[in-house]
Design a protein around this ligand. Sequence first.
Ligand code: ADP
Length: 672
Amino acid sequence: MFTRILIANRGEIACRIIRTCRRLGIETVAVHSEADRHARHVAEATLAVPIGPASAAESYLRADRIVEAALATGAQAIHPGYGFLSEKLELIEACTEHGIVFIGPHRGAIAAMGSKIESKRLARAAGVACVPGYDGDDQSDATLSAEAARIGFPLLIKASAGGGGKGMRRVDEAAAFDALLTLARKEAMASFGDDGVLLEKYIARPRHLEVQLVGDRHGGLVHLFERECSVQRRFQKVIEEAPANHLPAEVAQQLYAAALAMGRAIGYDNAGTVEFVLDADAHDAPYFLEVNTRLQVEHPVTEMTTGLDLVEWQLRVAAGETLPLAQDAITRRGWAIECRLNAEDPEHDHRASLGALAGYAEPAGLPGVRVDSGLQAGSEVTPYYDAMLAKVIGFGNDRQQAITRALAGLATLRVEGLRTNAGLLAQVLRHPAFGDVLTTNFLPQHLPGGPVAEAGVLERHRLALAAAFAAQQPVTAPVWSALRGFRITAPAGGLATVPLRIADASALDAPAVPLTFTFDGSRCASPELPGVTAQAMADGSVRLTGANDATQAAHVTRVGDRWWTWLAGDARVWTVAHGLASTPRAGAASTAGRELRAALPGRVSELLAQAGDVLTAGQPVLTLEAMKLYHTLGAPRAGRLAALKVAAGEIVGQGQLLALFDDDTTDTTTKE
Ligand code: ADP
């Protein structure tokens, strides 16, 4: 076995790998970008080596620097984690060249499975059914559109080199095909440097199931059962579980057999996953999708139900050992459900929520709750890397217990200073339809507008906020006279009134809610929530007390001019102003329609117009790459583009000014 390995990754997966290495007495070498200098994986590893600037292309994707770091520190093997270089040939080739073991399958498996086109051909040759479609070499527009017409609509265009839902577009009608093909190719080229695509019939009610495989270097190959990953958003997994609910036993056996056939066909020799899509309208008929030649994000649900450590297995087989267990010795029990907690705002189209973590605490001592994360207080979420913050896994004897425990984990994991999808995840777990057959239509069908506003939740957040706000005012004299700026209407009763205007700062133009709270020097009450009081505690939390003296802990943190509140997993951000009189926003009217601003944070990928151009309303100005998709932003009005405020390649924040248009459009539109 190795005595020191390097981990070519960051975040939760780097920390996850370190955990197993510590248990096995293996030393770890972390690598990190400049942005990750203070990251948790750096702190937890035995050694850490800087490998470049923040952008992944200059750090975590630099196989040369990573191998150099391994050589310099005497690491015998490199674990690639997932994403980054895990399925790229550069890293395994550089390892081989320098006599370092790559903790993953052999090169041929990665090369073949890195292409969806080639892997489908191999699957067919191995007798595994694939989704009907087109995966030919002829990539001309004419052939692709003729094939599209043959397959019929809706269909999916997929980037052959794709992954993580990138470069994938659903086409509902022939008329839209050409434009979406161009877009898919562009995304594929930009993300993978390869614009090859394949076409697949779109399955209307798809279930995503996958089988975990592990092979060794002596011909041993086993499966570790299935995972269900049907709850997805835009082709990306949101919640995963093992075992799959409502899976007919014969289909499960079919999946295991197909996965093993595929693994044998490519001589698979490490941990990998064979993905399938099942047609819920056709008795769950399974079709092969692809093989992921790495550890998956969702591997914990397999670990919890089989009691095995997949990272340990990866290390053992990479070191040349045979598989620790034979197929018939691998069993599973109970149920596990994993929720992917992302830094995003589900109420505003899931746009990224970037910034520093003002507070962070993982649940401690909750039975059956596992949290995999790479965070600590102060960690920064930047646009450079994935927005996944943590995985909350609930494990129990049965599905209901796994759900209950995952919910407890979500309500306890405290992330302050960023918006997250915790509320949405909890609503999925609680949804009555979560007990039915799951398909990838779950979210669009059952929670189309994001999480449903729950009665009283915002009011509780605002009350906690007011209590923290009032408590932060200097108290040197009787409370009402110390509260400078507060209007005092009932000094005789010992109550100060605290008039505030509170606005949801996650929306660009949310109206401020004027509210007059009362404050007795320690407890705050709100006209919105009769019978509930809030008290700021010495440890920085705020205790809400309601009927029957039931209490709930909230956390309030101020970061600059923003106030973050956290309550039962739900993190929100506010601006607060003294007094009830509202002042119009400066300049709002005069600039209306003249400005193009970024509705969400992202990277400017291409400028499509230049200063001086005369544009019609909606005519493209630039494309913004955000949330793994390209968005074309058009002119807010007809007129002359006076100035572009950003350059291609620039990272922009939400609300940032991108372009300015001239006020007067008459001379340009009437010129001819
Ligand atoms: P990626 O490698 O980008 O993750 P996949 O081929 O694995 O792409 O597909 C991702 C998801 O897209 C699947 O989990 C499934 O939900 C959906 N999907 C893929 N192929 C089809 C299809 N032919 N019909 C319907 N949905 C599909």
